[in-house]
Ligand binder design. Structure first.
Ligand code: ZN
Length: 498
């Protein structure tokens, strides 16, 4: 269709997207460069930009163009329909929430964050509970504004991963849990123990040089991105200008390396999205879980694998001859794939991480269904932690108060991490089948065939497909925990003789 409404709509979407990228840049700068005295002005800059962004995104003309295009839907191409559908979702979300409600929620987010930080410091859940109760109430109201009063939890899940529901996730997670819990226990009982103290005293300069070489070799384009140091690793920006961060600890060289490779996976996805379509659904990532599948695939299946280290171990040893002298290749590989249950999600290894997510998902689901009261959360958390991870937190700081997410009203977000792990494993086996000899490439330091395959089958599609449809299209199978379980058994079952 050659419609002026479509051209007008996409022009507006691109402008709004550009405004968004400015906000990203200010946010990145705040975490990387901002002198402390600039914090007040930065907050004002970001608030102004958010206001401009909201005004632009709720411009009534967008509603008019959408109305016109939807009336003539039959004349739109398939791609145009994708763009219009996403634009409708976004427009409804910014226009259906009353300004008063948005203000109320913003205030609560700020108050709840401080209450959470305070409660966590003193392990005082009751002091934080009223804020969480209020968040749940607002969440239900928000879903109602968007016409989802019947299924508020599904509404939030759909915000992160379009098309998914608690019912589908519940089925996938139940299947995963059944085999993952015994695998975790068997690894824990294994006589094979990684030496956690083996890698100490790695100068930052060497670490920086090594991760630059690694990320460049994986295919990250430094002409369109950079990596800097921040308190928490993250990846922001777009394919045209991708900003990643990492942090260095001389006694934890693998932490910095793997978090950088993780962010590189996110960055490669952003750099692979169709640049000409930036701002529309065709140039947009397909959801949080798909994004996470990209970071996890590079971090885990690729960079924790034997063949990757066949290539990079000599370089690692050359850069750190003294620090690695007493560490054998097998010990190094075991340290790279260390599994040890922990109470804290962000410290969890690749095997038990998924159990932390299942725990959170099951509790969120019960909170929304009214089957669990906020005041009973700490006890429910302890029971679930015993059942799933085999450890019980001694206090709420190591339990229900450990994550920041709920204090920001971010419900339905946790499942994306585990769904991303599932998708990563499923993509991995599909890529191995499609690209014979792929791992021999890695041993030679060549990752281009894998990246090319992901570019074609995942990145180039933008948001044409949701998670379930994309997995079906790329792998020919429904999303399932089977490939993740197979991968974990192949790598960790073997390594730990479990
Ligand atoms: Zn990530």
């Amino acid at each position: 269709m050659n419609s002026p409404a479509y051209a007008d709509l996409t022009t507006a979407l691109r402008r709004n997207h550009l405004l968004g990228t400015m906000g990203d840049l200010l946010g990145w700068d705040e975490q990387v460069n901002l002198p402390p005295g600039g914090a007040g002005q930065r907050a004002a800059q970001m608030a102004l930009l958010a206001e401009l962004g909201h005004a632009a995104a709720s411009d009534p003309r967008i509603g008019g163009w959408l109305h016109e295009l939807e009336a003539g839907r039959a004349t739109l191409t398939a791609d145009e329909q994708v763009v219009v559908r996403q634009a409708r979702r976004d427009f409804d979300r910014v226009t259906r929430l009353p300004a008063e409600f948005v203000r109320e929620k913003a205030t609560l987010v700020s108050e709840a964050y401080h209450a959470w930080a305070q409660a966590r410091a003193t392990s005082d859940f009751p002091g934080y509970a009223p804020f969480l109760e209020k968040h749940l109430e607002l969440a239900k109201r928000e879903a109602a504004f968007l016409g989802r009063a019947d299924a508020p939890y599904d509404y939030f899940i759909d915000q992160h991963d379009p098309g998914l529901t608690a019912e589908v996730i519940g089925r996938l997670f139940a299947e995963l849990k059944k085999e993952l819990v015994p695998l975790g226990r068997a690894i824990l009982a294994s006589p094979v123990k990684p030496r956690t103290d083996a890698l100490r005293g790695f100068p930052v300069e060497g670490q920086r040089a090594f991760l630059r070489e690694v990320t460049e070799r994986l295919g990250f384009d430094y002409q369109r991105g950079r990596i800097d140091v921040a308190l928490h690793p993250f990846c922001s920006g777009t394919g045209a200008d991708t900003r990643m961060t990492t942090r260095f600890n001389v006694d934890e060289p693998l932490d910095s390396l793997f978090s950088s490779v993780h962010e590189t996976g996110h960055g490669l996805y952003e750099q692979g999205l169709p640049a000409a379509e930036a701002g529309t659904a065709l140039g947009m990532h397909a959801g949080m879980a798909v994004h996470e599948s990209q970071s996890r695939l590079w971090e885990n299946q690729v960079a924790r694998g034997r063949d990757f280290w066949r290539c990079f171990e000599p370089r690692f040893r050359a850069l750190f001859p003294v620090q690695t002298a007493a560490v054998s290749s097998d010990e190094l590989y075991l340290a790279i794939n260390a599994v040890a249950p922990t109470l804290i999600r962000v410290d969890a290894d690749e095997v038990t991480y998924n159990l932390h997510i299942i725990l959170r998902f099951e509790l969120e689901k019960k909170l929304f269904a009214g089957e669990l009261a906020v005041r009973d959360l700490p006890e429910a958390w302890r029971a679930a932690s015993r059942e799933l991870i085999g450890l019980e937190p001694a206090n709420d700081r190591e339990g229900v108060l450990q994550d920041v997410h709920w204090s920001g009203g971010a419900f339905g977000y946790f499942p994306s991490y585990c769904l991303g792990n599932m998708m990563a494993a499923q993509l991995w086996y599909a890529a191995l089948a499609a690209l014979p000899g792929l791992e021999e490439d890695f041993a030679r330091g060549d990752f281009s065939r894998l990246l090319g395959w992901l570019r074609t089958h995942v990145h180039a599609e933008g948001r044409r497909y949701d998670l379930l449809a994309l997995v079906r299209k790329v792998t020919g199978e429904e999303l399932s925990p089977g490939p993740l379980l197979r991968y974990l058994r192949e790598r960790y079952g073997t390594l730990y003789r479990a």
